[in-house]
Design a protein around this ligand. Structure first.
Ligand SMILES: Cc1cc2nc3c(=O)[nH]c(=O)nc-3n(C[C@H](O)[C@H](O)[C@H](O)COP(=O)(O)OP(=O)(O)OC[C@H]3O[C@@H](n4cnc5c(N)ncnc54)[C@H](O)[C@@H]3O)c2cc1C
Length: 437
């Protein structure tokens, strides 16, 4: 397993972190919390991707199945005049924005070979990229989008002056990356993110999870078996925290949901990760350009045959086109909320079943002033009573210059937190900050 693949999602290579904690502490204090923690944040933003009807999860993960890593290519195989794109169809960079963008370009190129009009379903990275390519070559295109905005899972809000990304934050592997190119086109600054510049946590536990990666990938049938098969039954608090940060936080799924082969999916991502100073919204605006989008157009049904595609909305509108590019998230495909006639072939259905819809939720907190270590990029926290809860924090001050923190929940933990009230979630995170002091 190469240490710089999808694992850089949240935590970077564990070997790197272990070295960093021992030898590359930030220039200031190595304590996480430096002064009194206020009672409450000035403002907060909390996501609930599992209950968002147009996402039904945060991003795809590889579940144990007979199809294994072929699932993404099978899903990407056109079904007559119906072409499927979106992050879940990217075998090179699954679960990322650049994988989504590339999948849209791929589908546009497939469609460009045949003549006629195109309807694109979904205005996220994949749908906008597909439409943009087709518009640029003069094709007749219309995008239909269920929401009242473009971007899909990429969505930036202004949280008391911070461009808070509710979906993706990082560009993973900035070298040869279409999203990094888009940032350059948009004039959006990329800020390199140093996962190794962390305080707190436990380097030994992280190194043990690193060993687990290596051992797991030597196992028989890594595509058919869950990762939990190789996780020891009894874990220390530090190991539980490391597993939650390294596995659940990265893949948005827990070891019992995830195929062992998920650890090794995708191509190596080079050049390190970066945050976007203005947030992902700046890139979405650039990509959307003059692409024609019909908003609040919720697709209920798709009929397709050798002559073309008919797309129907939940409120009775109809669009007829020669081809369609379907980019709705894996969660929506799995839910079957769009009736497709004739049904997708068994191989495509099997691929959808082999890809889970994972859950990563975010909690942004902003304050009057910074009370934590301003030099660290990351704060690790092992809650002695509940290790893994609020275990990974991003210092927004380092990236955005505002007194902001970003923390996460993932997998079963996030599904549980999704049932809590806002007050309960914020109080729980604030309690963690107080206990770090
Ligand atoms: C919390 C979180 C953190 C993430 N972190 C990162 C990160 O740091 N870096 C990274 O690279 N990636 C990250 N990702 C993943 C990244 O956001 C996705 O891979 C990418 O945005 C997916 O783009 P897409 O076009 O495939 O799908 P989407 O952006 O979901 O686009 C699909 C579109 O289809 C629309 N739609 C759904 N149903 C219907 C319907 N019935 N009718 C019409 N339209 C419909 C949706 O509204 C949506 O606009 C993260 C995701 C989440 C949620």
């Amino acid at each position: 397993m190469d240490p710089i693949t999808r694992r850089s999602f949240l935590a970077g290579g564990t070997a790197g972190i272990a070295i960093a904690l021992a030898g590359c502490a930030p220039t200031g204090s190595t304590r996480a919390i430096l002064s009194a923690v206020p009672e409450a944040p000035v403002a907060f933003a909390r996501t609930s991707w599992s209950t968002d009807p147009f996402a039904l999860g945060s991003y795809s993960f590889l579940a144990p199945s007979a199809l294994g890593t072929d699932a993404r290519d099978v899903l990407a195989t056109p079904v007559g005049r119906l072409h499927v794109a979106g992050e879940a169809t990217s075998s090179e960079a699954p679960s990322t924005t650049h994988g989504a963008l590339a999948s849209g370009v791929r589908a546009a190129n497939e469609v460009a070979e045949s003549g006629g009009s195109i309807v694109v379903i979904g205005a996220g990275f994949a749908g906008l990229a597909a439409a943009r390519v087709l518009v640029d070559v003069g094709r007749e295109v219309i995008v239909v989008e269920a929401r009242d905005r473009v971007g899909g899972r990429a969505h930036t809000i202004d949280l008391a002056g911070t461009p808070a990304d509710l979906g993706p934050s990082w560009v993973h592997g900035v070298t040869d990356n279409l999203v990094a190119d888009l940032a350059a086109e948009a004039g959006t600054e990329l800020v390199p993110f140093d996962y190794d510049n962390a305080v707190g946590g436990d380097d030994d536990a992280l190194a043990e999870i690193e060993d687990l990666y290596d051992l797991a990938l030597e196992e028989d049938d890594p595509e058919g078996r869950p990762l939990s098969d190789v996780v020891p039954g009894s874990l220390t608090a530090a190991q539980t925290w490391a597993l939650s940060t390294e596995i659940s936080g990265e893949f948005a799924a827990d070891p019992d949901e995830l195929a062992i082969a998920a650890l090794d999916e995708g191509e190596e991502m080079l050049g390190g990760d970066a945050l976007l100073v203005g947030g992902y919204g700046t890139l979405i605006d650039e990509l959307a350009g003059e692409v024609p989008v019909e908003f609040e157009w919720v697709v209920a049904a798709i009929e397709h045959d050798e002559l073309g595609v008919t797309v129907r909305s939940t409120d009775g509108r109809v669009i007829r086109a020669d081809s369609a590019i379907l980019t709705v998230p894996i969660g929506v495909l799995r839910a079957g909320s769009i009736a497709i006639t004739p049904p997708l072939p068994p191989a495509t259905a099997e691929a959808i079943a082999a890809l889970g819809s994972g859950l990563l939720d975010k909690l942004w907190l902003t304050f009057d002033e910074v009370f934590w270590n301003p030099d660290a990029a990351v704060i690790h926290w092992i809650d002695p009573d509940d290790p893994g809860l609020w275990g990974f924090w991003v210092n927004g001050f380092a990236a955005f210059g505002t007194p902001t923190l970003l923390t996460f929940s993932a997998g079963a933990r996030a599904r549980d937190l999704a049932t809590w009230t806002d007050d309960e979630v914020v109080a729980s995170a604030m309690s963690a900050l107080r206990r770090m002091a």
